[in-house]
Design a protein around this ligand. Structure first.
Ligand SMILES: Cc1cc2nc3c(=O)[nH]c(=O)nc-3n(C[C@H](O)[C@H](O)[C@H](O)COP(=O)(O)O)c2cc1C
Length: 222
């Protein structure tokens, strides 16, 4: 089958679009308002953009009232945010922080989470999460969309500090992803977790190409 997204003539009981780009990592984004109110919300339209220096991006639609989301308002006012990784143990807390609550509500408190101070930015880190990136706002790209919620604010941030809990670094010095068990979004109300790994390298002898694949900054700079 094929269908035109402008017409949504897929003929299926549920829109399949979100199931076609999967799995999507969840950027659990913490921010702070100018008045010092902490905010936390998940965004699965999230990705790293590059690695040297590292940048990340996420796309926030408008809220159900057609207004900019609190996360976007805070980032544009303060210029800072933190990415926190969502794990299997944190799935319920993450879900609570997706509630559309008044600006004055601190979603860390709402979800029973602990704040850990950041090093270079003001927004707090989710202490229970094993990985955090402190980020500085680089740019917002606004893409028009349909209806109340369709328009999107694409936030790009430069990663200025990376935190990894020692206990998720394995004896081989690599992140123990199967222990971390990150959660990712699928379509519908579905999620998945990372429960298996396999390895593959690009064929040929091009060492620089492999350096990019691995994200080995020192090697590609020398
Ligand atoms: C797993 C998950 C992923 C989500 N991904 C997005 C997303 O990519 N973009 C978006 O606009 N909203 C997304 N949401 C909804 C927001 O988290 C929700 O609108 C939240 O209330 C925004 O909070 P804020 O107004 O404090 O920024 C997602 C919700 C969940 C549970």
């Amino acid at each position: 089958m094929y269908y035109d997204p402008d017409k949504n003539n897929h003929g299926l009981p549920h829109n399949p679009f979100k199931s076609c780009v999967i799995p999507r990592p969840i950027g659990w984004i913490s921010t702070i308002s100018q008045d010092g109110i902490h905010n936390l919300a998940p965004f699965s339209q999230f990705q790293n953009l590059t690695f040297d220096p590292p940048y990340v991006m996420f796309a926030a639609n408008q809220n159900t009232k057609g207004m900019r989301k609190d996360t976007v308002i805070n980032i544009e006012k303060t210029g800072e945010f933190v990415y926190n990784m969502v794990t299997w143990e944190l799935r319920e807390a993450m879900n609570i922080t997706a509630s559309e609550v008044p600006f004055e509500i601190d979603e860390f408190e709402l979800a029973g989470l602990t704040k850990a101070p950041s090093v270079k930015v003001k927004p707090a880190r989710v202490s229970e999460s094993p990985i955090h990136f402190e980020c500085i706002h680089y740019q917002t790209i606004r893409i028009p969309g349909n209806g109340l919620m369709g328009s999107v604010d694409v936030i790009i941030g430069r990663v200025v500090m990376i935190h990894i809990k020692d206990e998720v670094i394995g004896p081989d010095g690599r992140l123990d992803i199967l222990r971390i068990r990150p959660v990712a979004r699928l379509g519908y109300y579905d999620y998945t977790t990372v429960d298996s790994l396999f390895q593959m390298v690009i064929p040929g002898e091009n060492e620089l190409l492999l350096t990019g694949l691995e994200g080995a900054i020192k090697k590609h700079n020398t």
